[in-house]
Design a protein around this ligand. Sequence first.
Ligand SMILES: *Cc1c(COP(=O)(O)O)cnc(C)c1O
Length: 332
Amino acid sequence: MIIDLRSDTLTKPGRAMLDAMYHAEVGDDVFGEDPTVRKLEEMAAAMFGMEAGLFCPSGTMTNQIAVKAHTQPLDEIICDKLCHIYNYETAGWAFHSGVSVRLTDGDRGIMTVDQIERCILPDYDWYPNTRMVCIENTVNKGGGAVYSIDRMKEIGAFARSRGLVYHLDGARIFNALTALDKSPSDISGIFDSISVCLSKGLGTPAGSLLLGSKDFIKKSRKIRKVMGGGMRQSGYLAAAGIYALENNIARLADDHARAKQIEAMLKQCDWVKKVIPVETNIVIFEVEDSARTADILAAKGIKTSPFSPTLVRMVTHLDITDAMVAEMQELL
Ligand SMILES: *Cc1c(COP(=O)(O)O)cnc(C)c1O
């Protein structure tokens, strides 16, 4: 048995999701004529209490469109040193938007108001203009760490008081809400824009949503087009998204329970130095040599991601079963 814990992006659509895709009603979405894309965009916007939504090929695109739409060259964005926007999006903030980034040193990627305040620059000729705060919930590189609703609100109130735009990279926001036992409406009104991935824990083959005001989404639509993200009969993919929002949120709790079981197993292993406390579906642990550990585990059929020279990541997802987790008890 191969137990592939490298990422929650590895899931392949099952019969029911493929069926929903097969039966999707589609049109040309560049002409605004795909009813299934429209339905998905409206559905997601309504869930999070936003005015409008935009279906995009990836979460990298939704984040980078948000940065582009909210800023102009000479602006600066504040985010944490662990965040995806800074680390894993090919420095798109520089490439697309001509902005700079100032980093906080949060606890597992969770920023505080104090840390953000220290990043705000005075209005001198020799400084960029502090414009935007981006948080990530859950924090991937922070071991799936979760921002509380209060922390999200507190940062939002502060950002507003200082005239800063507030963006949520919610690639795994449904994992965060599951861990908090909250619903999307509980974060309504906090953010200027939200990015949500459908291709992570929710299990679709591709697609992310950008949510915000009508004006923001109108502007974002044009930026999506210039980035090459205008898709035609994308209703087939949007149908997978609708299916996922209707069927795959409640089951995220199972992924979290399995990640907790794996955490407990790893804590029993003498070759594991430390496990970052598991809150959601991501397990990051410290070893002597992550590449060597990943090789040893791969030889036993357990695939993992070396995340730094000494950190290894495992992620539970739709295609990881209780039987696989039970087998890991024998293999680790
Ligand atoms: C996966 C991910 C994204 C977007 O990634 P894509 O692969 O471009 O869809 C953005 N933010 C975080 C935190 C992620 O984990």
